[in-house]
Design a protein around this ligand. Structure first.
Ligand code: ZN
Length: 163
């Protein structure tokens, strides 16, 4: 940031005055850590994100600003993250909720075993995997498997599910 302090270090001769408070010369430390306007701004932001902002040095201040997402410094509550985003009128792009499908499992005949299989792929063809669960007639877990199929198409995926 070309503050008056930096411009003077480059050889420019100019009078220096902070344009925010008109009280001190414009240095990086003054602009970010000492200026009453800046301190009021940090306090305002701290109240919004419900987190103390350490303005004792540029490096501690940078811990807040360099994150790029101040919400990470809050208590991790998604509600507080939501409130911060709402305060700054940042549009939230919600992911679509997963579709919940009711699945019923019915036991097999006495003495029989049952294997339920399934598979999925991300695209056709695309990265695919399948898995299965073995249970006895009481529904007791006997074992399971999961297999990464690599890149597979829907036909190959269904073939693996049947095996
Ligand atoms: Zn100032």
């Amino acid at each position: 940031m070309p503050t008056d302090e930096i411009l003077a270090a480059r050889g420019m001769q100019l009078p220096s005055m902070c344009c925010l408070c008109n009280k001190d010369s414009e240095t990086t430390n003054h602009l970010f850590l000492e200026c009453q306007f800046s301190l009021a701004l940090w306090n305002w932001l701290a109240a919004i994100i419900n987190h103390r902002i350490d303005v004792s040095s540029l490096s501690t201040l940078w811990q807040v600003t360099s994150v790029g997402n101040c919400t990470r410094l809050t208590d991790g509550s998604s509600i507080s993250d939501f409130e911060i985003l709402k305060f700054f009128k940042i549009e939230i792009h919600q992911s679509r909720p997963a579709k919940i499908v009711e699945v019923l499992w019915s036991p097999t005949l006495n003495g029989w075993y049952k294997c339920n299989t399934g598979g999925t792929s991300m695209g056709n063809p695309g990265p695919a995997a399948c898995a299965g669960v073995f249970r006895n007639y009481k529904g007791e877990f006997l074992g399971c498997f999961a297999k990464n199929l690599g890149i597979a198409n829907a036909y190959l995926l269904k073939s693996w599910e049947l095996l």
